[in-house]
Design a protein around this ligand. Sequence first.
Ligand code: ADP
Ligand code: MG
Ligand code: MG
Length: 883
Amino acid sequence: TKWVYTFGGGRAEGDGALKEILGAKGAGLAEMSALGLPVPPGFTISTEICRHFLATEGAFPAELERQVAAALDGIAKVAGHQFGDAEHPLLVSVRSGAAVSMPGMMDTVLNLGLNDETVEGLAQVSDDRRFAFDSYRRFIQMYGDVVLGLDHSVFEERLEDYKLERGFTLDTDLDAGDWQAVCDLFKALVAEELEAPFPQTPHEQLWGAISAVIRSWNNPRAKAYRRINSLPDGGGTAVTVQAMVFGNLGETSATGVAFTRHPSTGEKILWGEYLPNAQGEDVVSGMRTPQDLTEFARCETGSELPSMETAMPAVFAEFRAVCDALEKHHRDVLDLEFTVERGRLWMLQARPAKRTIHAALKTAVDMAHEGLITRAEAVARIEPRTLEQLLHPTIDPESGGDIFARGLPASPGAASGTVVFTSEEAEIARTQGRKVILVRVETSPEDVHGMHAARGILTTRGGMTSHAAVVARGMGKPCVSGAGTIRVDFHAGTMSAGGRTIHRGDTITIDGGTGQVLLGAVPLREPELSGAFAELMEWADTFRVLKIRTNVDTPSDARAARGFGAEGIGLCRTEHMFFDARRIVAVREMILAETRSTRAEALAKLLPMQRSDFASLFEIMSGLPVTIRLLDPPLHEFLPKGEAEIAELASVMGISPAKIRASTHALSEANPMLGHRGVRLAISFPEIVEMQARAILEAALDVADQTGTPVDLEIMVPLIASKSELDLVNSHIRAAESLVRKIHGRAPSYQLGTMIELPRAALAAGELAKSATFFSFGTNDLTQTTFGISRDDAATYLNTYLAKGILPHDPFASIDREGVGELIRIACDRGRATRPDLKLGVCGEHGGDPASIHFFAEINLDYVSCSPFRVPVARLAAAQAAL
Ligand code: ADP
Ligand code: MG
Ligand code: MG
């Protein structure tokens, strides 16, 4: 079997399509090499080896060693010198890389191949002894950390001690002899800690690093990253071994990262950061403040330090040409790592850039206009869920907040919360339902869980490509990075800037679009959805077949949903209108009424209120379909709670509190979700149905008269199990219709339909369709009743089910195709067999879930209905399902 794929010297055995085998990094390097771009030669060991290694607890197939040796010879041929050669040593990096890149989560070892002998050779050929020993000590430290399991801080402490003893402050104060002495100290440290000398043979170093990089697939932060991003654990990492190039060989050398377009805004400008005389890790680690790549970016950051564009114009021009070529070739925005060694450019990584949703939309739309990609490709590129972030508020510029400090606008959106200084505090706060802003000097992969728990992230160090910035953009969280004027005192639990101090627990607001940090909770403004977003959504709508409706019951939500493109209301929960403080008393009177006439009185109070509620929804939806569901929840939800409410009701109804307590008690149920609710209420209290139907019909009549547009009205009965229930309820609606006809001389037309949320209803769909002209799948209840899992109480054991892999995903979030999905399929088939033009839709949470939407499109439903903020998500997911 072939496990090792070489690249370099203008050729490559693999290519960009082999991500699963070579990892994204290995595949990208192969692709660049085959394009003839300057890539240091190397080879990539397949992810299959990682899976083998982990399954066999650390064994490699026997054949692998020979393939690696051959590939090393191949590198030597291209590079012109040998791995382990004492005179002119070839040094390599050993790099991790999974199919889906997990930036910074796994390990990499640089400068491998150095030992007491080869370091002298490196000093000779580079003509720079200081560089050689600086590289050696970096290697010992990195190898010690990644492979030998020593904390990198023990090395740093030793270095600090050395500097202190000699009165040095900066690394640049150390000369060749100093670094050599530090190497000896580091080796002694390893020997002391591990009771074994630092490995001197390059061969042993190489296999040690390969094993460690493979093991880093299962380190806690990589695992956490996969969990947070719902990535599978089975894939494994590839290992790339590549000839080293050095960005730390003086002022004509440099290293940097670049994005072919702006990763926050998507603007078509080359954008990034670099550091002269530095090795790759220095840029991302936040140890030194990086400089801007271009003059354009320098104007943005206002940096005093020269950009690469002015400092190294010739190499920069070459780099820009490479960027253009790569972007054309990949037809996507790329994130690139490069190094300049004594004036010569080397490409070290190319991958699709992580970007904000703003940038994703702008670049997809721009690239379609540029003819690089088609409109369908542009639509396919956007992850539907990320659209929700666009609905993130920003700081209202009118609000005049009090600015505490400024940093870099690292990830857009604004957020308010109380200050915490550690990821642990952030996690705890989340479980307590508190909103927090995580404040760190800089973040590291260990902070990912805390960043996930926080509403926003603020760092005092690090640039726009720092760990905090990249991870926050990936998560769609607001982030302000590098707010350098802030001093954090972790022990005191405070941070100060400009003479003012903020304590742990104080509230601040950050705006990741402007870089501002403000005191207190500043008013936020809803975003405008125009530009690239609007254009892409228009394109999406041309592909989609499914209609998108919304679940709303208030005029303001209805208006918002129409703004997001909803094509009607798929679910109006009438009971939500009952919870209003002024109405609840009338509702309680209705429920607890002892005679028909007192019930009729209470209903008469509710009638005009419901009528005007419906009228405003009909008006806003002007002619689009509106589904109104009759009263659904268990009655006890409306009953008075506590003595004060009981007393109030007693006085309104003119009966004793004791009597109210008694009837309240009589109405209580052991299992309300399977109790006296839904259609069962309509059967017990037909007067409620008649009142609701009358309110609906009169409102429809009114609005049609006033606007000249008839209402596309659908009345829906919840929790139906049998056709006879539906027929009985329908007779009450008919009674209301006759009454309306008697009063107004006419009545509006409407359709009668049912929810399908009980397995029996799904199976009896053929019968139900004789009376219903539409079905709406209430997938929340249908999931609950199919699994027999109460969704309100499921959290405790459902999480265990998910953790143990008994369920592949939460069936309440994403439809269970095998069970619940099968019932839906059966109901559709049986219903359509009775009534070919039966209208079919979904009104559960699943109507806004992209994976579920794909299923609903597959089985040819007519529409899905979701909460207003999910409408754009659903439009895009439905378009992608149709591509
Ligand atoms: P990550 O996936 O965390 O970015 P990388 O494997 O890309 O890890 O390596 C970390 C750093 O080391 C990067 O800045 C990269 O550019 C640099 N690097 C990796 N290999 C080489 C090499 N052969 N020569 C010079 N720098 C390298
Ligand atoms: Mg990298
Ligand atoms: Mg329901």
